[in-house]
Design a protein around this ligand. Structure first.
Ligand SMILES: Nc1ncnc2c1ncn2[C@@H]1O[C@H](COP(=O)(O)OP(=O)(O)OP(=O)(O)O)[C@@H](O)[C@H]1O
Length: 347
């Protein structure tokens, strides 16, 4: 089995020791090529090359940002750069799809064939700050323990096929592994990225503090967004939206945060939209999503979707947009699609 290991040496919890443990462990069972990422976007280019060269596996030691780039490189054959969303034939999301449907397959149904089969399988070793994708797959957050779990999966030939999300806006598109967000949540991601750019580490406490501080500044009077989609009742007046491909959405330390508890890699996309941002609406919601409950949050100010193939959020002014925890600027319209059976993960 030929494998390419991508290491982001700059990821928060990646160090030479875990890197060497992983190289020894994987090198003992596979024909291993090791590549270090040197800049933003490098993992996408390397993953696209691995696919083009017929590698069986791409392993990643890094955070959710590096995993996101890797997945985009694997699904977009041309150096990981997304094709414009030009419809069924020009859109990389339809690669391998046999139904020819312009809006994706409905619900959790599996298209004929398995689109994931033509791509290298993925191994994920947590090396970032939150490692939401790895933990969502059930891997330990510790890189050495996760390596042990992956070796076991390799020995037993265990692999899991997961769906992805895809966001499409203007003439761009990008896949996501666990979440996307528009509004307040993306404003917090932007603020934390600003702090990281100034040399601060992304810790759970930093996210919470930034969220609290930013809450004062965010617009709680004029909701910008409207939800539309095939078969979905139009809902206006949305301040922020969380779009999920899995649950938990994130973690505060070891505690999972679950605004969309029914989301899963095996179903379409889920969404939680907030039509009120006042403290009296927010506090019970925060309390609920920090519990282990499988019940959906309740409230008339909430707009919720479960297992949807496609929907669009349109805003009457540009709103902050994030994808897998990566800030992507301000947008006025983003369409979200579920891409079933997109990727095989050794886990
Ligand atoms: N050599 C490098 N120098 C600077 N940035 C890099 C390098 N290699 C990759 N990157 C970029 O660093 C970004 C963040 O890395 P990554 O997600 O792996 O770790 P993290 O930020 O610590 O984790 P998390 O995403 O969980 O917060 C990625 O989006 C990637 O584009």
């Amino acid at each position: 089995m030929r494998a390419m290991l991508l290491v982001n040496p700059k990821a928060t919890t990646t160090n030479a020791r875990t890197r060497n443990v992983l190289i020894r462990a994987l090198g003992a069972t596979m024909d291993l090529t090791v590549e270090e990422t040197g800049y933003r976007g490098h993992a996408a280019a390397l993953a696209a090359t691995a696919r083009a060269k017929g590698y069986d596996v791409v392993a990643v030691l890094g955070g959710d940002g590096t995993i996101n780039e890797t997945v985009n490189g694997l699904l977009n054959p041309v150096n990981g750069i997304a094709a414009p969303p030009s419809g069924p034939t020009g859109d990389a999301s339809h690669e391998g799809r046999t139904d020819g449907a312009p809006h994706g397959p409905s619900g959790p149904s599996v298209p004929d064939g398995d689109p994931s089969a033509g791509r290298p399988a993925v191994i994920v070793i947590p090396g970032g700050s939150a490692n939401v994708f790895a933990r969502g797959l059930g891997l330990p957050n510790d890189p050495v323990e996760a390596t042990g779990a992956v070796l076991e999966a390799l020995r037993e030939g265990r692999r899991r096929t997961v769906g992805l999300g895809q966001a499409l806006w203007d003439h761009e598109s990008r896949y996501f592994t666990f979440c996307a967000g528009l509004g307040y949540d993306a404003e917090v991601v932007r603020a934390v990225e600003g702090l990281r750019g100034a040399g601060r580490k992304a810790t759970p406490a930093r996210y919470v503090n930034t969220a609290l501080r930013h809450y004062v500044a965010t617009d709680k009077r004029r909701p910008a967004m409207t939800l539309t989609g095939p078969g979905i009742p139009t809902a206006a007046g949305i301040f922020m939206a969380i779009i999920s491909n899995t649950s938990p959405w994130t973690y505060v330390g070891t505690r999972p945060v679950r605004p969309t508890p029914w989301a899963s890699f095996e179903t379409g996309l889920d969404m939680l939209g907030l039509q009120r941002l006042g403290l009296t609406s927010l506090m019970p919601l925060i309390q609920h999503i920090l519990t282990e409950s499988d019940a959906l949050p309740s409230g008339r100010h909430l707009v919720q979707l479960h297992d949807e193939p496609e929907f669009t959020l349109t805003a009457d002014r540009p709103v902050a947009f994030e994808l897998d925890g990566d800030y992507l600027g301000e947008r006025e319209s983003v369409t979200f699609r579920s891409i079933p059976n997109a990727l095989q993960v050794l886990v």
